[in-house]
Ligand binder design. Structure first.
Ligand code: SF4
Length: 192
């Protein structure tokens, strides 16, 4: 069983609940959506067996307990559940960043960040541990009704642009029980 990959690197989570937490990022290649605003390079760069990915995570991050599967869309590959199991068996905590379109059963201890774009699957909305909404000229608050009120919603200004930061900040202050501001802190210090 193989995984199609774009990159594996050791850095720090810059967004959301776990901001500041060291993590090994595993960017899976490919996405099932084609958002016109997408600025992520999720092109296929290499293919690796699951054991090779686990070994590479260990080589990059040593004892770092956190691994973040991102993309592209990490749940679009059929081997992803096996990769999750292998990483957990190796003692890692697994977080997943998904667009939430694909209904994939996940172990309870997997943290799920859902950033909806279109075709959000209700099961993934219900499973979300946190929501990330990209603020680009407007706050896409229509998504909030899809999630439990108990699920934290992070407003993330696109490109950290001042106008988008202002919109997100205003919305968070207006609805403090609903929103949190999430800046892409890794970009402030010039890391991935
Ligand atoms: S879902 Fe995310 S990774 Fe996929 S095309 Fe849209 S913005 Fe890009």
């Amino acid at each position: 069983m193989t995984i199609q990959l774009s990159e594996i690197f050791y850095s720090v989570q810059g967004e959301g609940t776990w901001t500041g937490t060291p993590a090994v990022f595993v960017r899976l290649a490919g996405c099932n959506l084609a958002c016109d605003f997408c600025d992520t390079d999720y092109a296929l760069k290499f293919v690796a067996g699951i054991d090779d990915v686990v070994a590479r995570v260990r080589a990059e991050g040593g004892a770092c307990p956190l691994v973040i599967l991102t993309g592209g869309e990490p749940l679009a590959q059929s081997a992803t559940p096996a990769l999750i199991d292998a990483l957990r068996a190796d003692g890692r905590r697994v977080h997943i960043e998904t667009n939430g379109t694909l209904d994939v059963a996940l172990p309870e201890d997997v943290w799920l960040t859902v950033s909806p774009k279109e075709r959000l699957h209700p099961a993934m909305a219900a499973r979300a541990n946190e929501v990330k909404l990209i603020v680009d000229g407007r706050v896409p608050d229509e998504w909030c009704a899809c999630f439990s009120p108990a699920t934290p919603v992070f407003l993330q200004p696109e490109g950290n642009k001042p106008a988008n930061v202002g919109l997100a900040l205003d919305a968070a202050k207006r609805e403090p029980a609903r929103y949190r501001l999430s800046l892409q802190t890794h970009k402030f210090i010039g890391i991935r």
